[in-house]
Every structure is written in C-alpha cells, then in structure tokens.
Design a protein around this ligand. Structure first.
Ligand code: ZN
Length: 132
C-alpha cells in the first residue's frame, strides 16, 4: 500500500511511525518484514528519535553538509541539486523486522519521511512480507 504525504516546508521531517504501525496491525502479520520506500529523488526515509531539538539538528546538519546554490551542475537545469544530494545521504528506503505483530523499533526510534524539496505531495510505499 501507499501512504500519501503532503509536505509543507522545503525541508522537513514527518513522523510516519503511527501510519506504518497501523498498516502492520491491519494486515495482521505476526512475523515478517516491513519495507518502506519512496520513489522520489529529493526525499528520503530515515529512522531516529522524534525530539523537536534533534529534528532541527538533523535539518541543520544537512544544510551545513549540502548548502543550496553553491554552483552544482544540476542547478543549471532544475535548481534543486542540494535536495538530491541531501536525499542521497539519507537513502530512499528502510526495512524493519516485524516480531509478534509489532515493528521492531527501539523505544526512542521513529520513522520519518524526510522532505528535501517541498512543499509537495509525496508517496511512501509500504511493502509487508509475511515470514514464518
Ligand atoms: Zn532535480
């Protein structure tokens, strides 16, 4: 299935943990794997702590590592090279085990959709595989 996400800022982290947990629960999978992926080239999927200061720290880090508009070749045609390069650092997918009907996430772990070139309408694919 697909999660639809409407982002509101150029760069932001959106917690999708509850939506993903709900999909796992609805499918009734006890043991398996949950694969989260996004087909976009300027967004990513990450797992980390949902604390407001840390969310800002992560975005600040990405902006420091990959500042916008410093002469990237892709900016000559699309003007969003920094968004592609930030997304490259984050990765476009994550896989999590499902154990006893629950996602294997640590107490402080949340799943985020990471928008690097918003605001846009986005999609996350949730692929659930049943194990034994
Ligand atoms: Zn582009």
């Amino acid at each position: 299935m697909k999660l639809k996400i409407k982002t509101e800022k150029r760069i932001e982290l959106i917690d999708i943990t509850d939506e993903v947990r709900e999909e796992v629960r609805k499918r009734g999978i006890e043991q398996g794997v949950c694969i989260l992926s996004t087909r976009h080239t300027t967004a990513g999927i990450i797992i980390n702590e949902n604390e407001s200061g840390l969310r800002e720290d992560i975005l600040d880090l990405l902006n420091r590592l990959v500042p916008a508009g410093v002469g990237y070749r892709h900016d000559r045609i699309d003007n969003n090279a920094d968004a592609h390069l930030k997304a490259l650092l984050l990765g476009a997918s994550e896989a999590l085990p499902i154990t006893d009907g629950n996602l294997e996430l640590g107490t402080w772990q949340s799943i985020f959709f990471a928008e690097m070139d918003g605001p846009r309408n986005r999609t996350v694919n949730v692929t659930l595989l049943k194990g034994e």
